[in-house]
Write a protein that binds this ligand. Structure first.
Ligand code: SF4
Ligand code: SF4
Length: 476
C-alpha cells in the first residue's frame, strides 16, 4: 500500500463489503411462487438496478449498479465510480473530481468467500436467493397485490428475526420490480434499503466494466492480503485514517459511524476553501451569485451557489476585559476569558472559585455550553458543600527578615495572592510594608519565588536546597 488515500480507500472498500454482506444477510426465504419470481436473478447474464439505503439520522444514498457475467460490477458511489471484477479480485475506484484512480488488488481470498465478493452486490443477492430456494421454508408470506411505482405488483415477504425481505414483481410478467430490505434496529438505528429500476439481460457495453485507467488520472495501487487481516492491520488502518483526517477517528466502530466519518473526511478533502472578502451576493438564473476577492491570490471570484450560509462573527460582551481584570482571570486577544488549563482544568480560571461556562469562554453552541455549565456547577458544589476547605500545603511563604518591600512579586502573581502587610512597632507606628501571601488564594505556582531578587519567598516543599538536592541526586 503506497499511498495513505489508497489505504483509506481499502478501508472504505472493506466497509462497503461489510454493508453489502450486511444487506445480503437478510435475504433468505423460500416459497415455490417466490422462486418463480426471483428466477431472473439466477439466470440473468446482465442486469441494471438502483439501490437506495436509508439509515436513521443520515441522508438516503442511491447507488446505480450494473452487473455483467462472469463477475463484473459497476457502481456509482458518492460522486465516484467503482468497477470490480470478482475473477481478477480487482476493484478500481475512479474519483473524477480529483482525477484519481485507486486500484485495490485482493489476494488470498478465503475459499468460502471466493464466490461472494463483497464488491459484487448482484452476486450477494443471487447467492441469498439461491439459499432461499434450497431451503424448505413455509414462512414465505404472499402479500397479494399492490401498486408499486404505478404498476400492479404481487409481493412475497420472507420474515426474518429483526429484519425481512420483500420482493415485489410485476403481476403480469412476474419480473421483480422492487426488493425491500428491512434491517430492523441494527446498529441502534433503523436502517432500510430497497432495490428498484431492475432490468435483466440488457445490452451493456463491456467497456463499462473496463479496469483500464482513463487518461490523465493519477493511479494509486494497493494490495490487500485477505488471509492476513488481523489486529495489526486494524491498528495500521486507524493510524492511516488518523493521518488523513488530522487525527479525528470515528467515535465508534459501527458501520454507520465509520461511514459517516468517512463521508466527512472525503467532503473535507474535496472541498475548496477560499480566503476572501465578499462584496456582493445577488440572484441570477435561479442561483445566488457570490462576488468578491480572493485575498490570497488577489483575483476576483464569482461563484454561482445553490445556497449561501452567512456566519457572522461572535464577539465577547462589552466590559468583559474590566471584569477579567477585576477578578484577575486571563483573557485572550479577542476578549474571551481563558481557562486555567485547556485539558486539565477546562472550566477553572486562575482565580480559585471562579469558573467559566458558555460563550464568555469562546463561541460555542447550546449543548457545549450546557456541558460546560454542568462541569462548572459541579466544581462550585465541591467548594460550597464543605464547612471547611482543605488545600495543598505547597504555597509561597515570605521571609519577613529579608523582604525589602519592592513588590515585584505582587506584579507577577497570576492569582492576586500577594498582599501588602504593614508592620508596626509597639506604639503602633508604621515601620515597614512587606509582602504577605494569602494562603487561600495562593496556588503555589512559584512565579513570585523566581522573581524575588532577595530570595525572600520560597514555595513550601520546593525550597532551593531541596531542589538542588534533587538535581544533584539525579545528575552524575
Ligand atoms: S519580591 Fe521579594 S523582596 Fe520584593 S516584596 Fe516580594 S518578597 Fe519582598
Ligand atoms: S506561589 Fe504563585 S500563586 Fe502563590 S503567591 Fe507566589 S506567584 Fe502567587
Amino acid at each position: 500500500m503506497k499511498s495513505r488515500w489508497a489505504k483509506i480507500a481499502a478501508v472504505a472498500a472493506l466497509i462497503i463489503i461489510g454493508v453489502v454482506g450486511f444487506i445480503a444477510l437478510f435475504t433468505q426465504g423460500k416459497g415455490i411462487a417466490f422462486a418463480d419470481v426471483v428466477r431472473p436473478f439466477i439466470t440473468a447474464r446482465t442486469a441494471t438496478f438502483k439501490i437506495t439505503v436509508s439509515m436513521e439520522g443520515m441522508p438516503s444514498q442511491t447507488f446505480e449498479c450494473m452487473f455483467m457475467e462472469p463477475g463484473h460490477m459497476r457502481q456509482t458511489i458518492m460522486g465516484g465510480v467503482m468497477i470490480s471484477d470478482t475473477q481478477q479480485g480487482k476493484i478500481m475506484t475512479l474519483v473524477p473530481a480529483l482525477k484519481k484512480a485507486i486500484i485495490v488488488e485482493r489476494e488470498n481470498m478465503p475459499e468460502e468467500n471466493e464466490n461472494q465478493s463483497g464488491a459484487n452486490m448482484f452476486f450477494n443477492i443471487r447467492r441469498r436467493i439461491q439459499e432461499a430456494q434450497e431451503t424448505e421454508d413455509e414462512s414465505v408470506e404472499f402479500l397479494g397485490e399492490q401498486e408499486i411505482d404505478g404498476q400492479i405488483a404481487i409481493g412475497y415477504h420472507v420474515p426474518e428475526s429483526g429484519a425481512g425481505l420483500t420482493v415485489w414483481a410485476d403481476a403480469e410478467s412476474l419480473l421483480p420490480i422492487r426488493i425491500e430490505l428491512s434491517m430492523g434496529a441494527m446498529l441502534g438505528r433503523k436502517a432500510t434499503a430497497f432495490i428498484s429500476d431492475i432490468a435483466f439481460d440488457v445490452e451493456l457495453d463491456e467497456s463499462l466494466f473496463s479496469l483500464e485507467v482513463p487518461e490523465g488520472y493519477t493511479i494509486q495501487t494497493m494490495r490487500m492480503d485477505l488471509s492476513k487481516l488481523g489486529e495489526e492491520d486494524l491498528i495500521e488502518s486507524f493510524r492511516l485514517w488518523a493521518d488523513a483526517s488530522d487525527g479525528r477517528l470515528p467515535p465508534d466502530l459501527s458501520i454507520l459511524k465509520v461511514m459517516e466519518e468517512l463521508m466527512n473526511v472525503v467532503k473535507e478533502k474535496t472541498a475548496t476553501y477560499l480566503r476572501g472578502r465578499v462584496s456582493k451576493i445577488f440572484p441570477r438564473d435561479g442561483k445566488l451569485v457570490v462576488r468578491g476577492a480572493d485575498t490570497l491570490s488577489g483575483g476576483q471570484v464569482e461563484i454561482a451557489a445553490e445556497m449561501v450560509v452567512l456566519a457572522p462573527a461572535l464577539l465577547p460582551a462589552t466590559g468583559v476585559r474590566e471584569l477579567a481584570q477585576t477578578l484577575r482571570i486571563g483573557y485572550d486577544q479577542h476578549g474571551f476569558l481563558s481557562e486555567a488549563h485547556p485539558k486539565l482544568r477546562p472550566v477553572e480560571t486562575n482565580t480559585a472559585g471562579v469558573f467559566l461556562a458558555g460563550a464568555c469562554h469562546s463561541p460555542k453552541d447550546i449543548p457545549e455550553s450546557v456541558a460546560q455549565a454542568s462541569a462548572a456547577a459541579s466544581k462550585a458544589l465541591g467548594i460550597v458543600s464543605h464547612d471547611r476547605l482543605t488545600r495543598e500545603p505547597t504555597i509561597g511563604v515570605v521571609n519577613e527578615l529579608t523582604c525589602n518591600g519592592c513588590f515585584e512579586c505582587e506584579s507577577v502573581c497570576p492569582y492576586g495572592a500577594v498582599e501588602r502587610k504593614e508592620l508596626r512597632d509597639r506604639k503602633g507606628t508604621l515601620t515597614a510594608v512587606l509582602a504577605g501571601i494569602n494562603e487561600g488564594l495562593c496556588q503555589g505556582c512559584g512565579a513570585c519565588a523566581v522573581t524575588c531578587r532577595s530570595k525572600s519567598i520560597e514555595v513550601q516543599g520546593f525550597r532551593d536546597d531541596q531542589m538542588f538536592a534533587e538535581i544533584n541526586a539525579i545528575t552524575p
